[in-house]
Design a protein around this ligand. Structure first.
Ligand SMILES: [Ca+2]
Ligand SMILES: [Ca+2]
Length: 223
């Protein structure tokens, strides 16, 4: 069970009854005495209106599906939500992919942290996180990405997205100067997917000419 599922279970089993009991206890004694009143009477409305309104306000919060990424904007820094893997970005030493320092002229899309994949030759950078979307429909993955590359050809270094180990059609982008367009949003439909999804951003570079790929503000969005 993921942290999200544990949290959702806590909210559903513990917090919802606590909220309802809290509302009941908070009712003035005069209103509690009115429980003997008949439906439709002013006393009945006086008793139940605050309870219904409060429950109406709280339940969507309590039962709202928690479908989003942990630390999707990377602002919580490293080792929160995301799993990182690098091959040769720092020689034999793994380098952080979640960073708050960037090459000259590059900044995070939002806040001060983002993911920086690539940035070395013969590199494989992988950044992954699993999200349980249950049986929800109509969802999409949204993320912002940015290419910075010295490659003229777009055939040597590339980035793509995997879901559950399979490359997602339409997400592969060649890393080359032609695609240096600043931050751009990418939206990927999750139609046809359900349950626990393992998202992985992958960058692979060849043996020469540097390429970089940045990702920020990763989220699950509803229509
Ligand atoms: Ca950010
Ligand atoms: Ca290259």
């Amino acid at each position: 069970m993921t942290e999200d599922n544990l949290f959702q279970t806590f909210l559903t089993i513990i917090l919802a009854p606590v909220l309802i009991v809290t509302v009941l206890v908070a009712l003035p004694p005069a209103q509690v005495r009115a429980t003997t009143s008949q439906p439709g009477s002013p006393e009945f409305a006086q008793l139940w209106r605050p309870l219904v309104l409060t429950t109406y306000l709280y339940l969507p919060i309590v039962f709202k599906p928690l479908l989003d990424f942990i630390n999707g904007n990377f602002e919580q820094g490293r080792n929160v939500g995301w799993t990182e893997s690098t091959k040769s970005k720092c020689g034999s030493n793994p380098c952080p992919l979640v960073v708050n320092q960037f090459p000259s002229g590059v900044a995070a899309h939002g806040g001060s942290w983002a993911a920086w994949l690539g940035g070395a030759n013969n590199e494989t950078s992988e950044l992954s996180q699993a999200v349980d979307i249950g049986n929800s429909t109509g969802l999409s993955l949204s993320y912002y990405h940015r290419v910075e590359s010295r490659e003229v050809s777009c055939n040597f270094d590339y980035a793509y997205l995997q879901i559950n180990g399979n490359e997602v059609t339409g997400t592969r982008i060649g890393l080359c100067d032609r695609y240096e367009k600043g931050w751009e949003q990418k939206v990927v439909s999750l139609s046809g997917y359900s349950g626990l999804l393992s998202f992985k951003f992958v960058v692979k570079t060849d043996g020469s000419v540097n390429s970089n790929y940045f990702v920020d503000d990763v989220s699950i969005i509803a229509p």
